[in-house]
Design a protein around this ligand. Sequence first.
Ligand SMILES: [Zn+2]
Length: 127
Amino acid sequence: MGRLFLIDLEGPVYSCKHCQTHFAVMNDLISKSFHCKHGRAYLFENVVNVTVGEKEQRVMMTGWHIVADIFCVGCGSLVGWKYEIAYEKSQKYKEGKFIIERFKVLGPDGGGYDMNHDEPMMESDEE
Ligand SMILES: [Zn+2]
């Protein structure tokens, strides 16, 4: 395995729980109110240091989507998915955005479950 080229982010970052690879900055966080089969998930405008897997069609609570799993480039763990295409008009805003499962990342606050700052559950994307 060669040396990995990793992008270092500045400021408050979300990083891999296993290898501390940086994924996203707090400014790129769109929503904390997503839900996936393992619990809560975050929606990000942009994510770095991930590899995007095969595109596949999945039906979620909010309808049909084309999504691709995303993996940490540091340790290879599955951290979430990217929305490639959303069929429902109301879900189009998610195209090109990334979901990262909360228990896979360390947040700027150290990754603890800060229930006080959680937004109410607005949307569920349970498969
Ligand atoms: Zn990692």
